[in-house]
Design a protein around this ligand. Structure first.
Ligand code: FES
Ligand SMILES: [Fe+2]
Length: 447
């Protein structure tokens, strides 16, 4: 549980993440039922969601005994609470008397939990410790006989995780050594969540995870990224890991090889100047090709004087590149040099397969002298402080240009998948992480 003592260090001179051995794909058909069927959605809950590890929230909300957070996944709500001995435990948010949700708050401090219906009281360990009219129970006092039902939980990367299955592997085993070491090297346990938005969105949650399991759509849907990040699949690297997790590596701080132009656009010149490089010296094909490596070198030399403590253990590629970790089933964790995004679709509480809750979190390190950080959701810079949770309906407000572009397709794809004209996915090799995701989902569904 003690994150601070842990060090995750990669080799310094890595130009990209280590290429992993590819698992054998079966070529399962991906048909529409998994996106549109209520029956499938119910089965998916029981066979998959109840057996996988999911992110519940930020560990820094749970510092003192009695500090708690709640997290919602489909119709379920789980309370995670810091114990009096410093450990962490989690419970279903359901009263053992007649099932009422015990708390509606997303976070807070409770000396004890009190059910709002008949006033049963529970300690931090979930034990029933007081009920009104205790003598009126012919079967014996509920105290000592009933309790809030427990859920497994753990903390890693400064995040709280929960799992509803007693049989599932430990969180670290579930994620695997590569993910634990690589995401761990970003020091997320010292970051603050400065954006916390949720959009009630008109598509199945898997349409969004599929989208983040491939970058094939970038050249068509997000052309604005071409001047800044590699979008040519031949220059990126895609890896699949045991357990259904995937990784995509995208060299950045340099235009894509699909870029046509003699000089680079903002934000690159500003970033180059910030690290002491003169954009005038990086023109034409030859100049542009040197930018990424020179930014890495400049950051390696100057991070300490600029107070970028979070760079301390970075490998070369981590100074410039973006890596998407698709943690099975739905935690899409995108890391860049100066922050981590969680883009996460959750199944909808209504059970409607055509809707999901899409979360957008942005977590950044605290850098001395920096009070604000650019927002990945567009709009003004965000203060570097814990953000309030904002919940919107899709379309009410922007989630950021790139996320808006992705979600606009989500709705169209949900509609088209329900058509009698659709049979099954016809996937490119660069979309193999999508297939891998569905094959692992199929493994859960077949038990
Ligand atoms: S349902 Fe909770 S006290 Fe009655
Ligand atoms: Fe996208």
């Amino acid at each position: 549980m003690n994150q601070a003592a842990e060090q995750f260090i990669l080799a310094r001179d890595l130009d990209r993440p280590e290429k992993l051995e590819e698992p054998q794909l079966r070529g399962d058909k991906v048909t529409a039922d998994r996106y549109v069927s209520r029956e499938y959605t119910r089965e998916e809950w029981r066979k998959m969601w109840m057996r996988t590890w999911n992110i519940a929230g930020m560990a820094y909300h749970l510092e003192e005994p009695g500090d708690y957070i709640t997290t919602e996944l489909a119709h379920e709500s789980i309370i995670c609470v810091r114990q009096d001995d410093g450990s962490l435990r989690a419970f279903y948010n359901s009263c053992p008397h007649r099932g009422t949700r015990i708390t509606s708050a997303e976070e807070g401090f409770a000396p004890k939990f009190v059910c709002p219906y008949h006033g049963w009281e529970f300690n931090h360990a979930g034990e029933t410790v007081h009920v009104p009219d205790e003598e009126d129970y012919p079967q014996g006092s509920p105290c000592g006989r009933t309790r809030m039902k427990e859920v497994r939980c753990d903390i890693l990367f400064g995040l709280v995780w929960v799992n509803m299955s007693d049989e599932a592997p430990s969180l670290r085993e579930y994620l695997g050594e590569t993910i634990v070491r690589e995401i761990g090297s970003y020091g997320m346990d010292k970051m603050v969540r400065v954006l916390n938005m949720t959009a009630d969105s008109p598509c199945n949650w898997k349409i969004i995870t599929d989208n983040f399991n491939e970058a094939y759509h970038v050249q068509t849907l997000h052309p604005a990224l071409i001047p800044y990040i590699e979008t040519d699949y031949r220059k990126c690297q895609f890896d699949m890991m045991p357990g259904g997790h995937n990784r995509g590596w995208f060299p950045a701080h340099s235009p894509s090889s699909l870029f046509e132009g003699e000089e680079v656009h903002e934000p690159l010149p500003s970033i180059m100047k910030e690290w002491g490089l003169d954009p005038e010296e990086y023109k034409g094909e030859e100049g542009i090709a040197r930018i990424r490596g020179d930014i890495q070198k400049a950051k390696r030399e100057k991070w300490r004087e600029k107070g970028f403590q979070h760079y301390e253990n970075y490998a070369d590629y981590q100074f410039t590149d973006y890596i998407i970790y698709n943690v099975f089933p739905n935690s899409v964790i995108t890391v860049g040099p100066d922050g981590v995004q969680l883009l996460r679709p959750r199944p909808h509480p209504s059970g409607d397969p055509g809707r999901c809750l899409f979360d957008h979190w942005w977590m950044v390190p605290e850098i001395e002298g920096r009070t604000h950080t650019p927002s990945p959701a567009g709009g003004p810079d965000l203060p570097v402080e814990d953000a309030e949770h904002e919940v919107i309906m899709y379309g009410e407000k922007t989630l950021g240009t790139t996320a808006d572009e992705d979600l606009s397709i989500g709705k169209l794809q949900q509609q088209g998948l329900a058509s009698a004209g659709f049979d099954d996915y016809y996937l490119a090799n660069q979309e193999r992480r999508v297939l891998r995701f569905h094959e692992v989902l199929n493994d859960y569904m077949s038990g």
